[in-house]
Design a protein around this ligand. Structure first.
Ligand code: ASP
Length: 347
């Protein structure tokens, strides 16, 4: 099993508790459901370009002194608008041939959070999640009620056909054939059925935020809602840690993955990379799940563990250069930290 953990503090400039001195950082993912043999040069190019744009747009917010929430929102909307990612346009199909999207955002500084589930007409679900957080007394809205609220908030609604892409339709057809042949989706095959986008950011004030947006898993049924909009499962941020997950959501819910990582970091003082590896590469696989996550702490440490073929991922820090990688074995020029002394963190 492969995993990648990056500590890039040296490259980012050391953040301190002094507000003026905090060096902002943005980390994003575009899903852990990457399978190398399914990639084409054209798709790779498009994905890298979109990831770079998302990093640049998000980082521009941080450089302008805007809150981490703005960076998270700016980065995620780019990925939602790009059909190559399983969020917004390009979301995967449900068993019934629909696109049902989930999203969440959390402000680590105030512990405020907003989430939406099963929305089918909201162009940018992350913007609605943010509106739920900022303009409603609730944390999570679902389905038609969420869309009603979107209308009241002036959030752009589109015809459901906007979200459809041929590639996702083919993925559904393949999954339906497997269903008909009563072939369970093997674990490695399941990677094809997910994707998701997310971002975590540290702003100049030293505040963190996390956000995640997804179409969920191909062939999902019965109003299934994954981990992404569930605060603590696929998305979480507090004053010391921010996490966005991607993977087989049921396992992220059962391990309360994002919250678990952050509790280890902020309560138990476990280094971020070890905490993230333990949950993503040990606890989740030991139960039969898979996937990855991005995690960030207030010192600017980054961890990106995953146990799939690849994971669309990227980060940008003090040097202002967008670093983007796709495959597990890809040399992205970031030094990996030494293996933890405690080898229990090894998958
Ligand atoms: N975690 C998402 C879900 O289960 C899928 C993904 O990350 O690709 O809904």
């Amino acid at each position: 099993m492969k995993y990648r953990l990056f500590v890039v503090l040296a490259a980012l400039g050391i953040a301190t508790m002094s507000h003026a001195a905090v060096s902002p950082v943005l980390v994003i993912h575009g899903g852990a459901g990457v399978i190398k043999r399914d990639m084409t040069p054209a798709k790779e190019k498009a994905v890298r370009a979109a990831m770079t744009l998302a990093l640049q747009n998000g980082y521009a917010q941080l450089k302008a002194g805007k809150p981490a929430l703005d960076a998270v929102t700016a980065a995620i909307t780019v990925l939602e608008d790009d059909p190559n990612f399983n969020a917004g346009k390009g979301s995967v199909f449900t068993h019934d041939g629909k696109n049902e999207m989930d999203a969440a955002i959390m402000d680590g500084n105030t512990l405020r959070a907003g989430a939406v589930a099963d929305v089918q007409r909201v162009k940018n679900p992350i913007l609605l999640a943010r509106a739920v957080m900022e303009h409603s007394p609730h944390v999570m809205l679902a389905g038609e009620g969420a869309e009603e609220f979107a209308k009241e908030q002036g959030i752009t609604l589109v015809d459901p056909s906007y979200f459809r892409t041929e590639e996702r339709l083919q993925q559904l057809q393949k999954a339906l054939k497997e269903d008909a042949a009563k072939q369970p989706h093997a674990e490695v095959e399941t990677a094809k059925h997910f994707g998701t986008v997310g971002a975590v950011a540290l702003d100049v004030e030293g505040h963190l935020a996390a956000g995640t947006s997804t179409g969920g898993m191909t062939d999902k049924r019965w109003g299934r809602i994954g981990d992404s909009p569930i605060i603590g499962a696929g998305t979480y941020a507090n004053s010391g840690c921010a996490v966005s997950g991607t993977g087989w959501g049921e396992y992220y819910i059962r391990t309360v993955a994002a919250h678990e990582i952050c509790m280890m970091v902020t309560q138990m003082r476990v280094p971020l990379n070890r905490a993230a590896a333990q949950v993503i590469n040990q606890e989740i696989p030991s139960m039969g799940g898979n996937g990855g996550a991005i995690a960030l702490d207030t010192d600017g440490h980054i961890a990106i563990p995953f146990n799939t073929d690849g994971m669309y991922r990227g980060w940008i820090g003090a040097d202002g250069v967008a670093h983007v990688a796709i495959y597990g074995d890809e040399d992205d020029g970031i030094a990996e930290p030494p293996a933890p002394a405690d080898s229990t963190a090894q998958p």
